[in-house]
Design a binder for this molecule. Structure first.
Ligand SMILES: CCC/C=C/C(=O)SCCNC(=O)CCNC(=O)[C@H](O)C(C)(C)COP(=O)([O-])OP(=O)([O-])OC[C@H]1O[C@@H](n2cnc3c(N)ncnc32)[C@H](O)[C@@H]1OP(=O)([O-])[O-]
Length: 297
């Protein structure tokens, strides 16, 4: 390995803040916090943003390109649960490194796994923490998002991608199929033909293609993706958390039901906002030409 790369990796392992190699120092003085949760081995978890109201989880297993081993998923799930319970956090960002968001589930860990162990051990159950989280989660994707890495990104509510990000479901290449939502979520988001092509070939696709298919909502220069995802989290944080939760639930319902059921669900959620103090505050603030002061009630 090139010596400077060794030094760089050493620094990255010992000083968590420098794990964002392409983000400028001004980014850190603006966004970083001293409250990094240091209990983790495979991730970094901290509160960021001006108001420290965005939870940032950085997958941090660089030697294995953030392959999603059990330990990493367990820590990710733990960090998401903590942010979900933390009333000061309104949105969550999940990111990786510039080389890899995540190169998939850990193939070496799965190698000798058996069918019966999958069933008795409840394989993949902890992954659901991300898709079941009530708070908005933004995936900030650079580099490889393959297999379970692609599925993890798609489980999030919004994907921001670096222009060189590479997505794909290469499971067929190693004799298995996507198991954390790839066949289902890509088909629902992008249609049958694209989902089939991606899942049946294992071919990678670019950030631009993911954007064109509606899988990614915005593309940025790689060194801007995390910063922009945090800004998005901060923008969402300006609103009432309870209303955001109802809204997220309603959009997610579009993936579960037909149009008539979905519209009925949306109307009930809309009616429900009138049971909150924040709906009254939001409309009153508009009429009084001032900023709303939401209480999340
Ligand atoms: C969740 C349910 C269903 C999901 C299933 C899946 O996701 S299946 C998976 C779907 N995903 C795939 O099939 C993608 C598999 N990965 C690749 O094809 C390539 O690594 C690459 C093209 C991403 C990068 O190529 P590159 O030449 O730039 O880098 P490199 O290849 O030299 O890797 C560096 C180190 O990382 C290691 N490592 C990487 N990925 C994994 C992994 N998933 N696992 C374990 N380890 C992994 C690699 O072994 C090596 O470690 P070593 O041996 O030096 O100790």
């Amino acid at each position: 390995m090139f010596p400077s790369k060794v030094f760089y990796n050493l620094i990255k392992c010992t000083i968590p803040k420098l794990n964002y190699p392409t983000i400028s120092n001004s980014f850190f003085s603006f966004y970083s916090t001293s409250s990094t949760d240091s209990q983790y081995k495979y991730i970094l978890s901290e509160k960021v943003g001006n108001q420290k109201n965005v939870g940032l989880v950085t997958l941090n297993r660089p030697k294995a390109l953030n392959a999603l081993c059990d330990g990493l998923i367990n820590e990710l799930s733990n960090a998401i649960n903590k942010f979900e319970k933390d009333e000061t956090v309104s949105a969550i960002v999940i990111t990786g490194s510039e080389k890899a968001f995540a190169a998939g589930a850990d193939i070496k860990e799965m190698l000798n796994q058996t069918y019966s162990a999958n069933i008795t051990g409840g394989l993949l159950e902890e992954w659901d923490t991300v898709s079941k989280c009530k708070k908005p989660i933004i995936a900030a994707v650079n580099g490889y998002a393959l297999g379970g890495g692609c599925e993890l990104a798609i489980m999030c509510d919004i994907i921001y991608a670096g222009e060189t990000a590479k997505f794909g479901q290469p499971e067929v290449i190693i004799g298995t199929i996507p198991g954390a939502g790839g066949t289902q979520r890509i088909a629902r988001s992008c249609g049958k033909s694209f989902a089939m092509e991606v899942c049946l070939t294992g071919n990678q696709f670019t950030a631009q293609e993911a954007f064109n298919r509606g899988l990614v909502s915005k593309i940025f220069q790689p060194d801007k993706v995390v910063e922009e995802a945090i800004k998005l989290g901060e923008r969402i944080s300006q609103h009432s958390q309870i209303i955001i939760q109802l809204c997220k639930e309603s959009v997610n319902n579009a993936f579960e039901t037909g149009l008539a059921q979905g519209l009925k669900f949306e109307k009930k959620q809309f009616y429900g906002t009138f049971a909150t103090e924040d709906r009254k505050e939001g409309m009153t603030a508009f009429v009084e030409k001032r900023q709303p002061n939401f209480s999340n009630k």
